[in-house]
Structure formats: structure tokens, C-alpha cells
Design a protein around this ligand. Structure first.
Ligand code: SF4
Length: 245
């Protein structure tokens, strides 16, 4: 495993690699297995050094990433003439904490409700009694499993992106489009669109849970609307790479 200092040098080396699209990883959905831009993504290139996610090495690795990032940030601040100590003395921002924002509270609560529901119901998992009798997967079942994969993948993703969007929303002029808040809320909206579609497919296959899933869908639609109202320019944000084709 690379040491923090070697990792920092590797970050610099990767940053100088030709053909990468700057910042592409900030506004994507982080689903690298399905991404057409892996060869142009710094985040993808650097994550290839990571150990497998279920191994015990992971925590040491993440610790080294943290140390390497702090080393790199210190260097950057020095080059810009900023004393890192001054940062520690800065006053907290005056904007309300995003954790208390109505939109974030709603999406956070939904993510945990859905998580609990998935844990309890384990949709798509065969019961032990029929496990030997399962026929080969037909197209409908295949779509159902893909939709479930989308639900699991994006469930917590949306609250993280909305939190990030709210965290920076007071930093820019209201008419500025290419801001981190708009980029973060745009990918949250894309994920919300996909989640709504995926839940519909799941519901078609689990009609016995129709009432519960409808409630999730209604809340998702409400969150989607509130996100669009809170970030009216989000859909106009041009994501590096993805929206430039
Ligand atoms: S841009 Fe593609 S490869 Fe890079 S982090 Fe996002 S999904 Fe993964």
C-alpha cells in the first residue's frame, strides 16, 4: 500500500495526465461500472489503487488517503500564500445549517425509512423454501432486479448530494449557473428521476406492497419538486463531460 506521501505524489502525477476531464467526478452518479468516462476520470484512475471494499485493509487505506489529501491541501495553501492556521480561526458561516433545512430533513428521513423497509422486506431475495425451484430469469424479472439495484444504489446518494448543494447555496450570485450547488442538485435531480422510475418498476412486481411504495413515490416526487424550487438553475448546469457531448 502507498504511504500518504507517495499517495500525494501520485495524486499530482494523475492530475497532470492528459485527456482527463476536469471535475467530471463532482457531478456524476459515482456508478463507475456503468460509466462511459472511466478513461477520462481522475477519481476513477486514483481509485484503482484502492483495496477491495470488503477487506480489512480498507480502513488503513482510507486513513492514508485522508493524510495524503491534507498534505496536498497544505501544499496548495502554501502556494497560494494562505496560512493553514488562519483557516482554523475563521468564523462559522452565517447561513443556517443545511442539516436543519426542510428539504434535507425530508430526504434524510426518507432514505432511512426506505433503508429500514428494504431490510425488513428484502425484495427480490428468494425464500429458502423455493430457492431450488427458481426458473431461469426472464426479461421482466431481470428488469425488476435492475430496478432494485438502482433503488439500493441511489437511496442514500440523494441525501448526500442535496446536503452538499445546500451547504454551498449562499456562496454565489443567484443567477450564476455553474456553481457547485447547482451541479450537486442537478445530479441529485437525475438520481431522483431514476429512483422514481425504479420504484415504479419495483411496485409493478410487488403489488402486495403497493401502498407503501406509493408513499415512497409521493415523497420522492415532493422532494424532486422542492429541489427544483430550491435550485431553479440546477437543470441548466453543464456537467463536465456528461453534458458537453
Ligand atoms: S465520472 Fe464516471 S468513472 Fe468518474 S467517478 Fe463518476 S461514474 Fe465513476
Amino acid at each position: 500500500m502507498l504511504t500518504p506521501s507517495e499517495m500525494k505524489d501520485r495524486m499530482h502525477e494523475l492530475a497532470r495526465t492528459d485527456g482527463l476531464i476536469e471535475g467530471i467526478y463532482n457531478y456524476c452518479d459515482r456508478w463507475c461500472e456503468r460509466c462511459a468516462f472511466t478513461s477520462k476520470c481522475l477519481n476513477y484512475a486514483s481509485s484503482k489503487d484502492a483495496p477491495s471494499s470488503d477487506g480489512p485493509e480498507l480502513w488503513d487505506y482510507l486513513h492514508n488517503v485522508f493524510e495524503a489529501t491534507m498534505l496536498m491541501l497544505d501544499e496548495m495553501m502554501e502556494n497560494m500564500g494562505i496560512d493553514p492556521e488562519e483557516i482554523n480561526k475563521m468564523e462559522p458561516p452565517e447561513e443556517p445549517d443545511p442539516k436543519d433545512h426542510r428539504l434535507y430533513k425530508k430526504v434524510y428521513e426518507l432514505s432511512f425509512t426506505v433503508h429500514k423497509w428494504l431490510e425488513q422486506n428484502k425484495p427480490g431475495a428468494p425464500s429458502p423454501e423455493v430457492i431450488d425451484l427458481i426458473p431461469p430469469e426472464d426479461e421482466k424479472t431481470h428488469r425488476f432486479h435492475e430496478a432494485l439495484e438502482v433503488v439500493y444504489f441511489y437511496n442514500f446518494f440523494i441525501s448526500a448530494k442535496i446536503f452538499r448543494a445546500l451547504s454551498g447555496s449562499g456562496d454565489f450570485e443567484p443567477e450564476e449557473v455553474q456553481t457547485d450547488s447547482n451541479g450537486s442538485s442537478k445530479i441529485a435531480l437525475i438520481a431522483l428521476d431514476r429512483l422514481i422510475a425504479a420504484w415504479s418498476v419495483v411496485m409493478e412486481n410487488l403489488m402486495e406492497h403497493e401502498d407503501e411504495i406509493l408513499k415512497f413515490l409521493l415523497t420522492l416526487a415532493e422532494i424532486r419538486k422542492q429541489t427544483e424550487i430550491t435550485f431553479p438553475l440546477a437543470r441548466k448546469f453543464v456537467r463536465p463531460g456528461f453534458d458537453e457531448l
